[in-house]
Design a protein around this ligand. Structure first.
Ligand SMILES: [Zn+2]
Length: 415
């Protein structure tokens, strides 16, 4: 087995643990894939009001478990504790959360997968990989509104009663309650936390019908707030395109999540339904916004880390798609740098030249990260242009004087 294969197998198993590509509750088990009539947004009302509390024994039991789970998530070392980002996400949930606006809590965890889930008690977990992929605030708000929709429609307790898997759910939750304390919480390589996360996510697979309800009420709420309603269907469009790009580059049939996309029409159906519903809720004469500038501002301090986490997944097809999709709003130094890094890590014969040209393009932007200057410098020296190369390395040292490799770079400059 080649190295590449081993790495790929690791990726697959990690993906499998995380329930395949896509929001567990959005693109999980899609059932039979049978066509389902679209649910009109105006027909979806909230089943809970402000300050909702559980009404019967089943629900109270479930809430107790989830309260413990929330404490664990709140204290988890997977959590990204950035107060500004926390306020930003909380603010979005408040805008699109309907009657539950003030009751919802949002936790951001550093897991570079497209995912988010909502618990029956009103706390939501957003994966950092979701932020990596969204082009604007309307898209992110659409996902948050969809998740809030599961709460507003009481999906968890309804699904729980339908499946009658109570013992099962409690067993999983009891285990889930240990997730926060499970040790040093760096995402990559923490198999224990990931395995637990995968099991937890399996709790949030809903039926096609409940997903359609969450889409309908979520869309209604973002439109009423003034977000461009069509952006919600674009999230699906992007997810489908990413999955296809990922499979194409790996030269394989789409993996589990992908094969669901291929064999079950549901994601495409949902995209079409969301488009039709968006047209329905759009009011003539009203203006809608996508909030792109606000989104980019909020993300700015984390963008490099998010892209870095993504490219290290060694899924070049997906990474290149994500970068190119973001670049539809304009290239910048960060996107060019991580595009070049993706090529370098992929390492096909033609990729080296692409990486070299990518670093050169990256450093023309004022926001190019210091690493772009280092890579550009070494590439220029290697290409027989020592003067340019040395100058780029000087720029690197000026931008990152305390970088771990600064001493080494100074040494090579002295040669
Ligand atoms: Zn969902």
């Amino acid at each position: 087995m080649s190295r590449e294969h081993q790495h790929d197998a690791g990726l697959l198993s990690r993906r499998a643990l995380l329930g395949g590509i896509g929001c567990a509750c959005c693109a999980g088990v899609l059932g039979t894939g049978e066509a389902l009539a679209r649910i009109a947004p105006k027909s979806m009302n909230s089943l809970v009001g402000p300050g909702y509390k559980p009404v019967d024994r089943d629900e109270r039991g479930l809430w107790q478990q989830y309260d413990r789970f929330e404490e664990e998530v709140a204290g988890s070392n997977l959590r990204m504790n950035d107060p500004a980002m926390q306020r930003y996400l909380g603010g979005l949930a408040e805008r699109v959360g309907g009657p539950a606006a003030r009751d919802l809590r949002v936790y951001l965890v550093r897991v570079p997968e497209f995912n988010a889930f909502m618990t029956p008690t009103g706390f939501m977990v957003v994966f950092s990989g979701l932020l990596t992929r969204m082009r604007n605030e309307a898209q992110l708000s659409g996902v948050i509104a969809h998740e809030a929709g599961h709460y507003l429609r009481k999906h968890q307790i309804r699904a729980y009663r339908d499946t009658k898997q109570k013992a099962n759910a409690f067993a999983v939750l009891a285990m889930a309650a240990g997730v926060g304390g499970a040790g040093a919480g760096v995402y990559l390589g923490d198999a224990v936390q990931l395995a637990q996360l995968g099991t937890i996510l399996s709790l949030f697979d809903y039926s096609r019908e409940l997903e359609a309800e969450a889409d309908a009420i979520g869309l209604r709420n973002i439109a009423e707030t003034g977000y461009e309603p069509m952006e919600m269907s674009r999230v699906w469009e992007q997810l489908i395109a990413e999955t296809e790009a990922s499979a194409r580059v790996r030269n394989k049939r789409p993996r589990r999540g992908g094969s669901l996309l291929a064999t079950h029409p549901a994601p495409r159906e949902r995209m079409r339904d969301l488009r039709a519903s968006a047209a329905e809720v759009t009011q003539a004469g009203r203006s809608y916004e996508d909030g792109r500038a606000r989104y980019q501002n909020a993300l700015a301090p984390h963008r490099a880390m998010l892209l870095d986490d993504q490219i290290k997944l060694n899924d070049p097809g997906a990474s290149l798609y994500i970068i190119e999709n973001l670049a539809k709003d304009g290239w910048n130094g960060l996107l060019r740098f991580y595009e070049a890094e993706t090529y370098r890590l992929r390492g096909r014969p033609e990729d080296l030249a692409r990486a070299v040209s990518g670093y050169a393009q990256a450093v023309r932007f004022p926001d190019a990260p210091a690493e772009a200057w280092r890579q550009h410098g070494y590439a220029q020296i290697k290409a027989g242009r020592p003067a340019e190369g040395r100058q780029a390395l000087q720029t690197y040292l000026a931008k990152a004087p305390n970088a771990p490799d600064a001493k080494m770079v100074r040494f090579s400059l002295a040669q």
